[in-house]
Write a protein of this length. Structure first.
Length: 205
């Protein structure tokens, strides 16, 4: 999996004997190696190396290894839902860790057809609240854009590919990255407005 890691420095302490060669005093070595901090990277191909199309068991197991058990799991339900929108296929499943939600679909009723379809980050379906990161996952794209990044930072990271649009009447604002599957929502159109959701397209409408 593709991770961002905080390097751990191993600190060794060796107590060497200063007596004669026949001295049997053992040498002692103590090494402290804290577990590295790791986080998934939001890419247009998936979550780190968990690519779109992967089996659900692989994706859920690997994310759970990082963040613990999911906070919610819809299990397999009809693909037309009020909660998650209209997903492709016959059935869909949404599994979430706070506001990181992996969505799976199946075009058939055969388990072999189950696959990772898309993800969203920034909306907690279990609490029905958006623009938050209740677990403090702090996920970012490969260019360092995450929840709370400004429109100015978005445009600096992606240049002219970052397109901002929306509807002033509805006060709904969004962004997309031209030539990429990444897109998301904003809390406004100005340079200081911030990212409140990151997802892939296509998604469940």
């Amino acid at each position: 999996m593709r991770f961002r890691r905080t390097s751990a420095l191993a600190v060794g302490l060796v107590l060497a004997s200063t007596t004669a060669a026949c001295d049997t005093t053992p040498k002692e070595t103590t090494t402290t190696a804290p577990a590295p901090l790791a986080t998934l990277v939001l890419t247009e191909e998936g979550l780190g190396d968990l690519l779109i199309g992967y089996p659900p068991d692989v994706v859920i197991s690997d994310i759970s290894a990082l963040f613990g058990s999911p906070d919610h799991d819809s299990d397999w339900i009809p693909s037309e839902t009020n909660t998650y929108g209209s997903c492709p296929g016959l059935v869909m499943r949404a599994v979430g860790w706070g506001s990181l939600v992996a969505i799976f679909v199946n075009d058939t009723l055969d388990p072999l057809g189950e696959r990772f379809f898309t993800y969203t980050y920034g909306y907690d379906y279990s609490e029905n609240v958006g623009g938050i990161d209740p677990r403090g996952l702090g996920l970012v794209t490969e260019t360092g854009i995450g929840l709370g990044s400004t429109v100015a930072e978005l445009q600096l990271a992606y240049g002219d590919s970052a397109r901002v649009g929306g509807d002033a009447t509805l006060d709904v604002w969004s962004f997309e990255i031209a030539g990429s599957a990444l897109r998301g929502l904003l809390d406004g159109p100005d340079a200081t407005s911030t990212v409140t959701l990151i997802e892939l397209t296509p998604s469940c409408g």
